[in-house]
Design a protein. Structure first.
Length: 93
């Protein structure tokens, strides 16, 4: 394994000398970021069991919020309907 690292470094050094060290290092950083993004998209960085559990928790909490929202919105909807019924049809001002 160390021989491969040395050979890779030997291949990169002429490029760094020719194009500049900053360009070569930024290219390497871009490759590393691309690999990390690909791993995130594929789900390699987050175990599937943790992801499934988080999605179940989110769904459970969303249903709780929907129930609370429904109990809050029902009286408000009744008030709005009563206002619509009490409003005069002709709006002469």
């Amino acid at each position: 394994m160390p021989n491969t690292d040395v050979s890779i470094i030997q291949q990169l050094l002429p490029l760094a000398e020719r194009y500049g060290l900053a360009v070569v290092l930024s290219f390497i950083l871009l490759l590393i970021v691309g690999i990390i993004i690909r791993m995130i998209i594929r789900g390699d960085l987050v175990p599937r069991s943790l992801l499934d559990r988080a999605e179940e928790d989110r769904d459970r909490l969303q249903s709780i919020l929907d129930k609370e929202r429904e109990s809050f919105m029902t009286p408000l909807l009744e008030v709005v309907n009563n206002l619509k019924r009490n409003a005069p049809d002709n709006k002469e001002g």
